[in-house]
Design a protein around this ligand. Structure first.
Ligand SMILES: NC(=O)c1ccc[n+]([C@@H]2O[C@H](COP(=O)([O-])OP(=O)(O)OC[C@H]3O[C@@H](n4cnc5c(N)ncnc54)[C@H](OP(=O)(O)O)[C@@H]3O)[C@@H](O)[C@H]2O)c1
Length: 236
């Protein structure tokens, strides 16, 4: 399996990450079969969020993978916080980030995360609070590296100003063959048509320029979870 350095972290990760959003729908046995298959293919980088299944995805994952020190050494764990489970509300307060991360660690049955991402922008947040939360989590060894999801370049620049030397390593974005505007808009610059509309402030170029790894979310879905396009007659 080809690997890349994730952003400026110096951590080698497989180019294919395993999304665990739908794991809450699986039994522990089904999840184990899924994880065995993934690990057998060299896929040891797992993406979670406190939101997925209201925390159940992380719990099933740790049971299915049989989390212990030996297993933990062989895998790379990423999770996300900042969307309040059960509410349509975003919260980047220091208190929320710390509390969410502690819940994530408990459910995953581990002492640390390799990567923690802010899930979706809480636009009126106080960036100083995020910087304080990240510093506390890093100093206590609970999180090694940080990133964001669904953020545009100005949002990342604002946060980076307060994070100082702590790099934003990743930005997880909606990206698939059917939702590829981050790439497509660059092909239509300056043309009088909708494809030329810049919806994300040049996030592709910004991430490449700043060595922030773009992670694709829902690579097989079209629209916003409308269904998969693979073998779908609407997408011959
Ligand atoms: N940051 C964010 O805001 C955000 C948002 C959404 C998702 N995510 C992350 O992205 C990950 C992937 O997203 P996703 O779960 O929507 O993944 P996806 O890979 O786009 O879609 C998964 C679905 O595709 C089906 N599928 C996969 N391969 C297929 C094939 N060859 N033929 C037909 N169907 C196929 C699976 O069906 P079966 O289950 O039947 O195999 C599953 O239902 C999530 O797990 C999560 O980690 C992040």
């Amino acid at each position: 399996m080809k690997t890349i350095k994730l952003g400026k972290s110096n951590v080698d990760v497989p180019v294919i990450a395993v999304g665990c959003m739908r794991m809450a729908d699986k039994s522990v046995e089904e999840a184990r079969a899924f994880l065995d298959t993934a690990m057998g293919a060299g896929l040891n980088f797992f993406d979670h969020a406190d939101l997925y299944g209201g925390g159940k995805s992380e719990e099933i994952f740790s049971k299915a993978i049989g989390m212990n020190d030996d297993v933990r050494e062989k895998i790379i764990l990423q999770s996300k916080c900042g969307i309040c489970p059960g509410k349509v509300m975003f919260d980047f307060s220091k208190e929320h980030i710390i509390k969410s991360t502690e819940g994530i660690l408990k459910r995953l049955n581990t002492d640390y995360l390799d990567f923690l991402l802010l899930h979706r922008p809480d636009t009126l947040y106080e960036p100083e609070e995020v910087a304080e939360a990240f510093a506390l989590l890093k100093d206590s060894g609970k999180v090694k590296h940080f990133g964001v999801s669904n953020q545009n370049p100005m949002q990342m620049r604002l946060l980076q100003k307060y994070l100082g030397d702590e790099p934003i390593c990743a930005n997880q974005l909606q990206f698939s063959i059917t939702d590829c505007h981050i790439v497509k808009q660059g092909l239509y610059v300056n043309m009088r048509e909708d494809n030329a509309i810049d919806r994300d402030g040049g996030v592709l170029e910004y991430c490449r320029y700043e060595d922030i790894t773009i992670q694709a979310w829902s690579p097989f879905q079209y629209g916003f979870f409308e269904g998969v396009y693979v073998d779908n007659p609407d997408f011959p």
